[in-house]
Design a protein. Sequence first.
Length: 143
Amino acid sequence: MSPAKNKKSNGFTAEERAAMKERARELKAAASRADGESDVLAKIAEMPESDRAMAERLHAIVTATAPDLDPRTWYGMPAYANEGKVVCFFKSAQKFKTRYATLGFSDKANLDDGAMWPTAYALKKLSAAEEKKIAALVKKAVS
C-alpha cells in the first residue's frame, strides 16, 4: 500500500471548512438579497398606479446609485438597507392616505448638514430634475 492510502482521513482541513463556511455565507447573503428585492417588488406591484410608477423609478434610482444597499421591506414599505440597517425608504401616499408619497431617510443616512437637515421629502411626481436630486441624496446618504 502506498503511504497516501495508509493515512486516515480526518475529514476536511481547517482551510476547507473555512472556505465552505464562507461559501455558505455568500449563498445566504445572495438569497437574502434576492428575497428582499422580490418582497420590495411585490409591495410596489400592490400600489396604486401613481405610487407604483414613482416607487418603480425610485427602486431603479436607488439600486443604480447605491448597488451595495440591500432592498427589503420595512413596515411594509420598500426600503434599502446597509448591513441590515435601513438607510432610505419609500412611503406610498395610499399607505397612510396622505396627499403625497414620501422618500425618507433614517439616522443611518449620512445626510448631516450642520445642526439641522431634512430626512423626508414629499413626492407628487418624478421628473428628471427630481430624479437627479434623489440620486444625489442617495449617494450622499451612503457616503
